[in-house]
Design a protein around this ligand. Structure first.
Ligand SMILES: Nc1ncnc2c1ncn2[C@@H]1O[C@H](COP(=O)(O)OP(=O)(O)O)[C@@H](O)[C@H]1O
Ligand SMILES: C[C@@](O)(CCOP(=O)(O)O)CC(=O)O
Ligand SMILES: [Mg+2]
Length: 338
């Protein structure tokens, strides 16, 4: 029985625009998904995923992944929910050269689903790591990131960047621009997350931005401007001492860029009333800056505040279901039990 875990993430800057080749800076956070993989003597895949919004269920596939699931829910719902695990199993089988490998898989996660904290990437990265290790064919974190990206790309119909999966595999803060992915050094940024209890549909939100961009030059310019914000943010981060506590001047500069980034995401139609309301609650509480994180439409915002004020204000904000401090996770994917 092999258990691997991988972290979720927040976007300091750059979601959506990263899909079109602009740079982005996601940061891994200490909320993890854990996947257990146990090889089977047959070619079946049995999945236990208690956090899924289908009220928790157990499902057994017959032979080929995705065939004849033995569960009493609508097929389309099940496919949507299980797509990422299917894709992770397929990548692990391919990587290990064992197309007929069967597994008992269990998924457990502290990352809310579909809320912009990268639960899908964490499940896929930890899943591929656990399944390949269970077959005795461990991959490096970069190989895992690449396989996990291919899995997300397939499930999201070709609409995915490498940002979430690379960040989850490597941990820490990363910079992603097209196929170019690297870890970067940042000071320990004081992230506060507000969660509205809901979720957004990543595929539909990405498709919406794609349509706007194709229809209006100013929407395409907005995407480029998000890239400009990220480039400016990187310039500021490069001047910071990664080993010192971040100074408030640095946080103020980053916060201004986060606020600008949120405005442009909002212009692209991916914010929501609940997200805007949490963003304003954070700003009113004295956060240096706040923005939605991930695909948007519902889910989470991220703010920068070293004091307890933003977390407290969010916990009293209507529409905020949960508020918590998110520590930077310096470790990416890891083995919990070999
Ligand atoms: N704990 C989990 N168990 C099983 N599947 C999960 C789990 N967490 C996430 N997933 C998969 O990831 C999907 C959510 O991914 P996505 O829409 O990209 O949002 P995000 O990555 O922002 O959380 C879920 O619908 C599910 O398929
Ligand atoms: C909108 C996007 O930039 C980030 C999506 O993040 P999440 O799945 O909502 O955590 C899409 C992508 O980069 O693949
Ligand atoms: Mg995702």
């Amino acid at each position: 029985m092999t258990v691997c875990s991988a972290p979720g993430k927040v976007y300091l800057f750059g979601e959506h625009a990263v899909v079109y080749g602009e740079p982005a800076v996601p940061c891994a956070i200490e909320r993890r998904a854990r996947v257990t993989a146990e090889p089977r003597s047959d070619d079946h895949v049995r999945v236990e995923a208690e956090d899924l919004s289908l009220d928790g269920f157990t499902v057994e596939y017959d032979g080929a992944v995705g065939d004849h699931p033995d569960v009493d829910v609508e097929r389309s719902l099940l496919d949507a929910a299980m797509g990422y695990i299917d894709a992770a199993v397929s990548q692990a089988r391919e990587a290990a050269g064992e197309p007929d490998a069967g597994f008992d898989i269990a998924v457990e996660s502290d990352i809310p689903l579909g809320a912009g904290l990268g639960s899908s990437a964490a499940v896929v990265v930890a899943g591929i790591d656990a399944a390949t290790r269970a077959l005795g064919e461990p991959l490096s974190p970069r190989e895992l990131a690449d396989r996990a990206y291919r899995a997300e790309y397939d499930v999201q119909d070709g609409q995915a960047s490498r940002a979430d999966t690379f960040c989850s595999a490597m941990g820490g803060a990363v910079r992603v621009e097209g196929d170019d992915c690297e870890r970067i050094k940042t000071p320990n940024l004081p992230f506060v997350v507000g969660f509205d209890g809901g979720a957004g549909d990543t595929g539909a939100l990405v498709a919406g931005v794609r349509e706007l961009k194709a229809e209006y030059d100013f929407a395409a310019d907005t995407v480029t401007s998000i890239g400009d914000i990220v480039r400016e943010g990187e310039r500021i981060l490069e001047t910071a001492d990664p080993d010192a506590e971040p100074e408030s001047e640095l946080l103020a500069e980053l916060g201004d860029l986060m606020n600008f980034n949120h405005g442009l995401l909002s212009a692209l139609g991916v914010s929501a009333r609940s997200l805007d309301s949490m963003v304003w609650a954070a700003r009113d509480a004295g956060a240096h800056g706040a923005k939605l994180t991930g695909a948007g439409g519902g889910g989470c915002i991220v703010a920068l505040d070293p004091t307890p004020e933003t977390e407290t204000a969010l916990s009293f904000t209507q529409g905020c279901a949960d508020a918590f401090r998110a520590e930077l996770a310096t470790e990416g994917v890891r083995v919990e039990a070999p």
